[in-house]
Design a protein around this ligand. Structure first.
Ligand code: SDX
Length: 432
């Protein structure tokens, strides 16, 4: 809704350009610069999108200063206490919490899609056993478009819905298969009597040779972690999914692009990097050395799991995970886990050190998740895959929202060109 106007006065533009200032239900107003180039011949310039709203969305709201995260208006802390990953997936997709009947129907639909096409296993067998699971995930996820031709027509709402259910349902199966393949175990089929997160742990840790009972505490912790990671506004991987989707690419290819973007250590790859960093620190007495490395402009080292583009306060997800880490380690009899000790001490020091305080660098969602995963016996190479399982719900919801927007068009940013001006081609024998 236009709430005000913004005037732009540039010396070589004849008349002042005027733009509508739009107001959302919460958060900063935006200056609608859609016609800026048409009206003035200039672009905006915002590498890294520090001040750019790329779209309108009703899904997730973040207030970085206050450390607020809400999915469709519900505080993450309340959802973490009272909801489940599958219920939150419904909420993200459809906008409201489901009643009992709708939730039962949604759970049934997701459950009936947990298996993947039997041929997909042969894609896995083409990878070296030591391949990084994220390399397999981005390939396997995109390959699903070769198998599910009845859910790739993006102009058909029923096919979009079927694709959405398939992607949320199958990503844990693909992930568990990547783990089993890496350790040389046989793939384990989903057991549809189990809940979403319980089924994932069943596919990860059970073997055909013996009975396996998923620990309810670990299943609950896994479900909480998935819930906390489900969506996060227009982060790098979600923006990647939207940009891929804007070209009309099929849904499996769009989410696969999101998986690739999430892999980076500055984004979803940070949880794996946090554990590598804690293991490298090795002992509480070495923390000051690493704090100094993180501050040095000459050293590319950063304190993994700290800082955030939006949160300039404690990441509300990290606060929930901090408590979950203590609960899980207690359940597993690992209260004296050395990595947790280093993490708690590192957090204590960083939260009082001027460098981190001045830059508002707080622990983020990735700081504690890796400690829980490690305690659960999950290898660090799989941590970002777990992030991808959860974020598939958010990516799919954001993709769905964009595809249902009649005004959406292909995303095509411009640039500030600083390269060579026109010059003539010189034959190689005449070049110096
Ligand atoms: C996720 O966007 C999302 O929402 C992402 C996410 C989601 O749910 O989708 O929340 C998930 O990706 C969480 C972030 C995980 N990444 C890490 O933990 C990696 C370590 N963090 C940094 O790489 C960094 O903090 C970023 C990438 C997260 C944010 O970087 P910004 O916003 O671009 O900030 P910046 O690089 O401009 O840093 C500002 C200052 C710089 O110092 P000065 O130049 O001002 O002197 O802070 C410093 C940086 O050097 N800084 C750090 C630091 N993070 C920033 N210094 C040491 N250690 C760090 N971790």
């Amino acid at each position: 809704m236009p709430n005000d106007t913004a005037k732009l006065n540039i010396k070589n533009i004849a008349k002042d350009a005027e733009f509508a200032v739009l107001q959302g239900t919460q958060g900063p107003d935006v200056i609608d610069v859609t016609n800026l180039y048409k009206d003035t011949g200039v672009f905006t310039y915002d590498p890294g999108f520090m001040s750019t709203a790329s779209c309108e969305s009703k899904i997730t709201y973040i207030d970085g200063e206050k450390g607020i995260l809400r999915y469709r208006g519900y505080d993450i802390e309340e959802l973490a206490q009272k909801s489940s990953f599958l219920e939150v997936s419904y909420l993200l997709l459809y906008g409201d919490l489901p009643n009992a009947k709708k939730y039962k129907e949604f759970s049934r639909k997701i459950t009936e899609h947990t298996m993947v096409h039997e041929q997909l296993q042969f894609l896995y067998r083409g990878y070296p056993r030591q391949a990084h699971p994220m390399a397999i995930m981005s390939g396997a996820f995109s390959s699903m478009s070769a198998f599910y031709h009845d859910s790739i027509d993006i102009d058909d709402a029923d096919q979009r819905e079927l694709a959405a259910h398939r992607m949320i349902a199958k990503v844990p199966t693909l992930a568990a298969m990547a783990y089993k393949y890496a350790i040389g175990h046989p793939f384990v089929y989903p057991n549809n009597k189990l809940g979403f997160s319980e089924n994932f742990l069943h596919m990860m840790f059970s073997v055909p040779a013996e009975e396996y009972k998923v620990s309810p505490v670990l299943a609950k912790a896994m479900d909480l972690i998935f819930l906390l990671h489900a969506d996060h506004e227009q982060n790098a991987s979600t923006s990647t999914v939207r940009l891929a989707g804007s070209s009309g690419a099929n849904p499996f290819a769009c989410i696969s692009a999101g998986i690739a973007s999430l892999w980076g250590p500055a984004h979803g790859g940070a949880n794996e990097a946090v554990i590598d960093m804690l293991e490298e620190i090795g002992d509480v007495k070495n923390i000051p050395t690493f704090i100094e490395k993180a501050k040095s402009k000459k050293d590319p080292f950063r304190l993994m799991g700290f800082g955030h583009r939006v949160y300039k306060n404690y990441d509300p997800r990290a606060a929930v995970l901090r408590k979950a880490a203590h609960d899980v380690l207690k359940e597993l009899g690992q209260e004296n886990n050395p990595l947790l000790k280093i993490a708690v001490k590192l957090e204590e020091i960083a939260l009082t050190d001027e460098y981190f305080v001045a830059r508002k660098l707080y622990p983020n969602v990735d700081f504690y998740s890796g400690i829980i995963y490690k305690a659960m016996g999950i290898p660090s190479s799989l941590y970002t895959v777990l992030f991808a399982i959860a974020r598939t719900a958010g990516w799919v919801a954001q993709w769905k929202e964009m595809m249902e927007d009649p005004s959406q068009k292909i995303g095509r940013p411009r640039q500030l060109y600083t390269g060579a001006k026109k010059r003539k081609y010189v034959a190689i024998k005449k070049r110096k």
